[in-house]
Design a protein around this ligand. Structure first.
Ligand code: ATP
Ligand code: MG
Length: 417
């Protein structure tokens, strides 16, 4: 099916056998208005300064599939320092992987410099192969080398807007047509050097409904235990992408059946296999998240997003009547250290959970002293309640009650002089 969608839209215009590079000209170029305007500004500016620059990654994969991209990644020959000289609103972030963030008000465009594999000739020597885990990935290279060090073939397509061409070093367009997820290079090495790619493969599979090719699947299964060494901060980033991706339920199902949660987040593992209570709550929150529009999911605050995991975790341990702040924080501590949720964020989430509980308590509905309704976290707590209400008639009723009550109270306040 995917094949037919893409088949008619390009002509092969150039093939370099030595470099294994093929340029495809799109008969119908990707529309400029499908790209983020700020990302286009960055693209044009870098070209004005005679740097090589391409759109790459998920945005090209998604646009070719007729999907709306979540973000627009730009890769260039300019070094981070050169980029910062061109854009005054730019800042270099990251350590393991340097990225330049260019700020446009509250919006950010991320630019990376072409990199190459950190291993000489693409494979580690005997000394290096003792520990393949990559702690840094900042050796700059050419566009071809950059394509080869990316994760999956369908994520390594460059797009040149000016020339209207897709530049493909890894036969990614073919895999996109055939609906295949294939790790670039030796799959065993590529999963061992960065086990987070295992989560990325399963996320892609859940989102696009593509097949993981057998060699990649075998290597994935072989390397699952290595996820215990993945940096918690990177797990958090991927987890947030999964939650915002629109297929979080499917993805969690795949992660759970591969036993991955038992390694990266034992609380979630326990909850997922509970058919009632916390298990049901987590599943219904994921369904709730997936049924939001992409725009809405993208704009959800980090605390609200992560509450979909944290609320079921606290619920797992909750005893009737105990709703204290300390209790919540304590129960969240293991998950927080597994996926590196900051102390400040845990505090915020724990407050949110408590307000959310108060909203659910029938006695507060008729009560005069509704102090918690003046909390600045109330809109976020309502958002969490709404997420649960998508699949729960009782919570739907409670949510509607508060919506009406608050509209009434706010209406009264607005009409007072
Ligand atoms: P999404 O739609 O979630 O943004 P994406 O594929 O664009 O999907 P990003 O995290 O935005 O994912 O990464 C951008 C690109 O960077 C990827 O498409 C891929 O080419 C490359 N990349 C990201 N993570 C890795 C990794 N762990 N190893 C190698 N390449 C990676
Ligand atoms: Mg992306």
């Amino acid at each position: 099916m995917v094949y037919n969608v893409i088949n008619d839209i390009y002509d092969r215009v150039f093939q370099n056998m030595e470099k294994k590079m093929i340029k495809f000209s799109l008969v119908k170029p990707l529309l400029h208005n499908s790209f983020d305007p700020n990302a286009l500004k960055v693209y044009r500016r870098l070209r004005e300064y005679h740097h090589k620059v391409y759109f790459v990654g998920g945005c090209i994969r998604d646009l070719l599939l007729g999907r709306t991209p979540k973000d627009f990644d730009i890769a260039t020959s300019a070094t981070p320092q050169q980029i910062c000289k061109i854009f005054r609103n730019a800042r270099i972030i990251g350590r393991r992987f340097l990225i330049v963030s260019i700020f446009f008000g509250r919006k950010v465009v991320e630019v990376t410099t072409f990199r190459r594999s950190p291993w000489k000739d693409g494979t580690p020597d005997s000394e290096q192969s003792k520990d393949l885990l990559l702690l840094s990935d900042n050796v700059f290279g050419t566009d071809e080398e950059d394509a080869l060090r990316r994760d999956f073939t369908i994520n390594a397509l460059f797009y040149d807007i000016q020339e209207r061409t897709v530049i493909d070093y890894v036969e990614g367009l073919k895999d996109l047509q055939m609906g295949k997820i294939r790790l670039i290079g030796d799959p065993d090495l590529r999963f061992a050097e960065d086990p987070v790619r295992i989560l990325r493969a399963l996320k892609l599979q859940a989102t696009l409904h593509f097949d993981i090719v057998p060699e990649t699947q075998q290597a994935l299964e072989k390397n699952i235990a290595k996820l215990s060494r993945a940096a918690p901060a990177r797990l958090l980033l991927e987890m947030e992408k999964i939650l915002r991706g629109g297929a979080s339920y499917d993805c969690f199902e795949r992660l759970a059946s591969a036993n991955i949660f038992s390694i990266i987040a034992p609380d979630i593992h326990r909850i997922w296999h509970q058919s009632k209570n916390a298990g049901q709550m987590l599943k219904s929150m994921l369904h709730g998240l997936d049924s939001l529009s992409q725009k809405k999911r993208n704009s959800l605050k980090e605390s609200v997003l992560l509450a979909s995991l944290c609320l079921p975790v606290v619920h797992l341990y909750k005893l009737p009547g105990i709703v204290g702040d300390e209790f919540c924080k304590q129960k969240l501590s293991r998950l927080a250290s597994n996926i590196s949720i900051s102390k400040k964020l845990v505090e915020r989430i724990s407050h949110l959970i408590q307000i959310q509980w108060l909203l659910e308590k029938p006695r507060f509905m008729g009560h005069k002293n509704k102090k918690f309704l003046h909390s600045s976290l109330l809109p976020d707590a309502l958002e969490i309640l709404k997420m649960q209400a998508q699949n729960d008639a009782k919570k739907q009723e409670i949510y509607q009650f508060w919506q009406q009550t608050l509209a009434h109270e706010l209406g009264l306040k607005a009409s007072q002089p």
